[in-house]
Ligand binder design. Structure first.
Ligand code: ADP
Ligand code: MG
Length: 319
């Protein structure tokens, strides 16, 4: 086998087959456009996500782990909207076309696509100075029912799914040893995407988002979009380490877990606890939303043991 392969051979070998099929897909990889037939009574939601080597993942991580993580991170936005996954497009910029690397990348992508139920609809393949993976995802939500950030109400409770901080705690190990996917690194490379929970929250949650850049920073997005004040009880946030651990604060500000952060009226409290019987779902109430007062405006405040608490950091920003 040659060390490199042409663009069209590459696409055929890696991306033309082996992905899940969708009954709503009229055309997938191979034509100028993909085509999808919308089911009656649903809205289409779409999102796009770019991952750059050595910004979002170590360039020397195993290709199948890079691919799987990129698809999971992109798909998480669908869960956050309460959508059922429909499909994805992949734009790949590669410094070279190493067949062994690409086979491994495609293998990881296929496995993850099957795990998530996401057909590959098409994409674009280009050469560039570094590895860049751009994935757009789309899904269906019952008409008018999508979960948004701007619709939280004063008096709502704030909830988070599962545990926050495992991926952030794993990061130093991942950077030191990118090939290991064991232990905490599992949370970094294989974040659980909360598709089932997201869809079950439709009609229950008043607002929802996925946590990709840190709990405290992302909570600020719901607060500002909804023009409300959010109060978070830091000691109620489910973290993999206790609050006396030296890295506990990393859990509050670290991203990469892709759990859901959502608000709901207090009357829905027991409906949400009932969702904890779903496999892989454990929601915890961590705070509340109130009207923003003239002094502080919309934003997030943190309490620890009932006292005001100033965290060292709130989250990740690119610029
Ligand atoms: P065009 O020139 O019409 O944009 P291309 O020649 O770039 O099409 O791609 C040929 C086909 O292969 C298209 O259907 C496109 O969607 C698909 N494709 C290209 N790159 C990828 C990729 N990385 N993953 C999935 N499909 C891809
Ligand atoms: Mg074309």
């Amino acid at each position: 086998m040659s060390q490199t392969q042409g663009e069209f051979d590459l696409i055929r070998r890696c991306f033309a087959s082996g992905f899940p099929l969708g009954s709503d897909v009229l055309l997938g990889v191979g034509d100028d456009c993909s085509a999808v037939r919308p089911p009656a009574g649903y809205d289409l939601v779409q999102s796009i996500d770019t991952q750059v080597a050595d910004v979002h993942f170590p360039h020397n991580a195993p290709a199948h782990l890079i691919a799987g993580r990129a698809l999971r991170c992109a798909a998480s936005d669908l869960a956050a909207m309460g959508a059922a996954p429909q499909g994805f497009h992949l734009a790949l910029t590669l410094p070279d076309s190493n067949p062994a690397w690409l086979d491994q990348f495609a293998h990881g992508l296929r496995t993850t696509a099957h795990d998530l139920g996401l057909p590959l609809l098409g994409g674009d393949t280009t050469r560039g100075p570094l590895l860049i993976i751009t994935i757009s995802v789309q899904g269906w939500v019952p008409q008018g029912k999508m979960l948004t950030r701007h619709t939280a109400k004063a008096g709502d409770e704030l909830w988070v799914s599962n545990t926050i901080g495992s991926a952030a705690l794993a990061l130093p190990d991942v950077l030191k040893n990118p090939a290991s996917e064991l232990g905490l690194a599992k949370a970094y490379y294989h974040p659980t995407i909360q598709f089932t929970l997201g869809q079950r929250l439709v009609g229950i949650a008043s607002a929802c988002m996925d946590i990709s850049d840190g709990l405290l920073q992302d909570a600020g997005h719901i607060a500002r979009a909804s023009q409300l004040a959010i109060e978070i009880n830091a000691d109620q946030v489910p973290t993999p380490v206790s609050s006396d651990h030296p890295h506990w604060q990393t859990c509050l500000s670290g991203g990469d877990d892709y759990q859901l952060l959502f608000s709901a009226a207090p009357e829905r409290h027991n409906d949400i606890l009932a969702l904890n019987s779903l496999a892989g779902v454990n929601c915890t109430c961590i705070g509340r939303l109130t009207a923003a007062d003239a002094q502080q405006g919309a934003g997030v405040s943190v309490l620890k043991d009932g006292q005001p608490f100033s965290p060292q950091a709130t989250g990740y920003q690119h610029f």
